[in-house]
Design a protein around this ligand. Structure first.
Ligand code: NAD
Ligand code: MG
Ligand code: MG
Length: 333
């Protein structure tokens, strides 16, 4: 099997010498990529809308800011860090014309390419560097001398140099300090969507709410329910992150460990596993992507409504009051 895991020692950052990297967007990932690359000695420009609130922030951080179309034209490598659901539209209006043969087009998630929202011209390299962590962590880890692991992929190698350039980019944002695993757009996209839907975001949010509601409906103090089912989740997740599930179990009490091993499978039983398979099937068939694209075409009304409903949940009100008394919690990120 060819080598598929890389570190800084495998990467050649000098491949980016004399090239300009354009970062389109300055949100969660955009600010982290732009600042990390700049600190790694890469020539960076940031592309933003003329009225973008991020303009001042990026300029204060010492970055050159251009309009999106100008940045796409200036960049020898162009990283699209706009929301996935907006990428196709902005590609048509502001990006495509600026991408010249021999340029490198980059993504941080496989959605737009895998679900054919963007079809890049034949003469350009197309790659992906997808950090396995939120943008603020990509920046903070880099500043601390560490890095967030990344997935990389090459979708199109027109120049024959795509692999080295994509790896250099991954190293420039700090990924090579942790691990850069090579995969495909398809596998990154499908596993990323599955992870966020079934486990990290969808699964975890509903697990917390269900536990909170069970205690509150049984008459317990909502503040106790909040600490037990939401606040402490971070402490458990941190232990798993550092030491794995067995390491977490070592740190909890024997009572907790026995309860974990005898009760957990009843909470996540056959029904939940069947739902996970069904959700994965919808991702693989493209059904989820079609639904999400249609939701956006229709103006995102369902998304807005569900956001509003979520804000009204008791766990948010109880949590806000308790967190106000713990200002340091906010500063941990
Ligand atoms: P974000 O929403 O935080 O930031 C998006 C940026 O695009 C902002 O600067 C915003 O002002 C700008 N923008 C929004 N709409 C625009 C439009 N119509 N025209 C021009 N600019 C527009 O996005 P993000 O979470 O950083 O995601 C960017 C990419 O990174 C996505 O492909 C996402 O899947 C991927 N990714 C995100 C994370 C994460 O933790 N957030 C992790 C890994 C990969
Ligand atoms: Mg994702
Ligand atoms: Mg306890």
């Amino acid at each position: 099997m060819p080598k598929d895991i890389f570190y800084d020692s495998d990467a050649d950052l000098s491949l980016l010498d004399g090239k300009t990297v354009a970062i389109l967007g300055y949100g969660s990932q955009g600010h982290a990529h732009a600042l990390n690359l700049k600190d790694s000695g890469v020539d960076v420009v940031v592309g933003l809308r003329p009225d973008s609130a991020s303009r001042a922030k990026a300029e204060e951080a010492g970055l050159e800011v251009l309009d999106i179309a100008e940045a796409a034209t200036r960049g020898d490598a162009v990283m699209i860090l706009l929301p996935d659901e907006k990428q196709a539209e902005v590609w048509q209006s502001d990006i495509a014309d600026g991408i010249a043969p021999g340029n490198l087009l980059l993504f941080a998630h496989g959605f737009a390419i895998h679900f054919e929202q963007i079809q890049p011209p034949a003469g350009v390299d197309v790659g992906m560097v997808a950090p396995k962590g939120p943008g603020h962590l990509v920046r903070r880890q880099y500043e601390e001398g560490n890095g967030v692991p990344c997935l990389m992929a090459v979708h199109q190698d027109a120049t024959g140099n795509a692999h080295g350039l994509v790896l250099a980019y991954a190293s420039g944002i700090g990924g090579g300090r942790a691990a850069v695993i090579e995969t495909t757009f398809k596998d990154e996209c499908e596993t990323d969507l599955f992870g966020e839907q079934a486990v990290l975001c969808g699964g975890a949010s509903e697990l917390v709410r269900a536990g909170f509601e069970t205690l509150v409906e049984a008459g317990y103090d909502p503040r106790l329910a909040y600490f037990e089912c939401l606040h402490e989740l971070k402490l458990i997740a941190d232990l798993m992150y550092e030491k794995g599930i067995q390491g977490m179990r070592y740190s909890i009490s024997n009572t907790a460990e026995y309860g974990d091993m005898t009760r957990g499978k009843r909470v996540i039983g056959e029904e939940s596993r069947a739902a996970m398979k069904e959700i994965l099937g919808e991702i693989q068939s493209g059904e989820f992507a079609r639904e999400w694209i249609a939701e956006n075409r229709a103006g995102g009304e369902n998304l807005s409504r569900m956001r509003e409903e979520g804000k009204g949940h008791q766990v948010e009100k109880v949590g806000k009051d308790l967190r106000d008394m713990m200002p340091w919690v906010d500063q941990e990120f």
